[in-house]
Design a protein around this ligand. Structure first.
Ligand code: CA
Ligand code: CA
Length: 78
């Protein structure tokens, strides 16, 4: 393997690991927010209490902003 090929392989490996670090939550029912079920699909350990904490305005769905805030606060640990 040339040094160029090794550098390329390292870059691919880096891209793959950073993609894994970002857990994607899917709005499967296209409601514009994330329900408990949609969040549990990405975060199986999420509890009802945890969901209530993330749903800051308590409207029953987690918006993209609420999700970002929760991730930044470490409320959605893997
Ligand atoms: Ca939804
Ligand atoms: Ca909300």
């Amino acid at each position: 393997m040339t040094s160029k090929a090794i550098t390329f392989a390292a870059l691919i490996g880096f891209a793959a690991s950073s993609a894994l670090a970002q857990t994607m939550v899917e709005d499967t029912d296209q409601s514009g927010g994330y329900s408990m079920e949609e969040l549990v699909a990405a975060y199986p350990d999420l509890t009802v209490e945890g969901f209530a904490e993330i749903d800051v305005d308590q409207n029953g769905e987690v918006s993209a902003d609420e999700l970002t805030a929760a991730q930044a606060a470490g409320l959605l640990a893997e």
